[in-house]
Design a protein around this ligand. Structure first.
Ligand SMILES: NC(=O)C1=CN([C@@H]2O[C@H](COP(=O)(O)OP(=O)(O)OC[C@H]3O[C@@H](n4cnc5c(N)ncnc54)[C@H](O)[C@@H]3O)[C@@H](O)[C@H]2O)C=CC1
Ligand SMILES: O=C1O[C@H](COP(=O)(O)O)[C@@H](O)[C@H](O)[C@H]1O
Length: 270
């Protein structure tokens, strides 16, 4: 891509994972309402490429989007228990502002950070906990209707619907990534649900790279590693985006140690 990529929420956990993995592959314009630490900036990104602004500020976002080829929109309140006033402002209004600015700037594509919590209510009492386990065949594939776990999940479903609207009416390519649970180094410890939806840092960077490179119209995909325990299908991400994840939470013990090193020590993995 010749033009820069605008990355909102660049200073957060997902933003840092993306920049650590593919920071050298693009020219970036980084936006966050908090200053971004120098340690998170890829080589070649200077203070001139960093915008400290709120995504609800239409003028600032419009200025940040001018001249970019693509937007990766991560900024928002990521708390599953976030209150309505916060998700309404940061996640719904902020996302609308970013879509609107992208269209006005003539941007080709926008990648939206959605969440597993857009569909968390599929995890009914009669399906859990076995749906989190390797031998269970229940799968969500991205074609199902949202069933949010909480108001945060409602805001993510709203973001996906905004994406559908801006794709249908403004011809913007939109990929919504229902991110699972991003952790660095190992899957979430002693947490079956988290291990079923683990997204490693390298798979995260690779998935967003594919979202920036592949040809598509409107997509909803799951953002998880190739975990044995999965209940989200990654087939659509493979087919539509060319996603080829390298990690699997089954390569770690339940408490997060690499299985290989536990076995090499002669210990019995949990
Ligand atoms: N970390 C995870 O496992 C998951 C993350 N997500 C989504 O991915 C996105 C990024 O999440 P994380 O990096 O984990 O969160 P984070 O809290 O680490 O990063 C979010 C960043 O966005 C910025 N931000 C928040 N509201 C803003 C606003 N109104 N204007 C400008 N900047 C704002 C924050 O300053 C922060 O740097 C969020 O939209 C979240 O809902 C979805 C599913 C799982
Ligand atoms: O959307 C998100 O989901 C992950 C996983 O959810 P959890 O309820 O199992 O912790 C969460 O860690 C992340 O903060 C959130 O943005």
């Amino acid at each position: 891509m010749d033009e820069p990529v605008l990355l909102t929420g660049a200073g957060g956990r997902v933003g840092r994972a993306i920049l650590a993995g593919i920071g050298e592959a693009y020219d970036w314009r980084l936006l966050d309402r908090e200053p971004i630490g120098a340690d998170a900036l890829p080589d070649g990104v200077t203070d001139d490429d960093v915008v400290v602004a709120d995504v609800t500020d239409e003028d600032e976002v419009r200025e940040a989007a001018a001249g970019v080829g693509a937007v990766v929109h991560l900024a928002g309140d990521p708390r599953p228990n976030a209150p309505w006033d916060s998700v309404l402002t940061n996640n719904i209004d902020g996302t609308r502002t970013v879509f609107e600015a992208a269209v006005d700037a003539g941007v080709d594509r926008l990648v939206f950070a959605s969440s597993n919590h857009a569909v968390g209510a599929y995890e009914t009492d009669d399906r859990t906990p076995h749906m989190y386990r390797k031998d269970d065949e229940f799968r969500l594939d991205g074609s199902e209707l949202p069933r949010p776990s909480n108001l945060y999940g409602v805001s993510k479903a709203a973001g996906e619907t905004l994406g559908r609207y801006y794709h249908d009416h403004h011809d913007l390519s939109v990929a919504c990534v229902r991110i699972g649970n991003l952790t660095e180094g190992h899957p979430p410890k002693e947490y079956e649900r988290g291990q079923a939806m683990w997204l490693s840092h390298r798979d995260c960077a690779h998935l967003f790279d594919r979202c920036l490179l592949a040809d598509y119209g409107y997509e909803i995909v799951y953002g998880i590693s190739d975990n044995d325990r999965k209940y989200y299908s990654i087939e659509r991400a493979r087919e539509a985006l060319g996603y080829d994840p390298q990690d699997n939470s089954a390569e770690y013990t339940f408490d997060g140690e690499p299985r290989e090193s536990v076995e090499a020590d002669g210990r019995t993995p949990r």
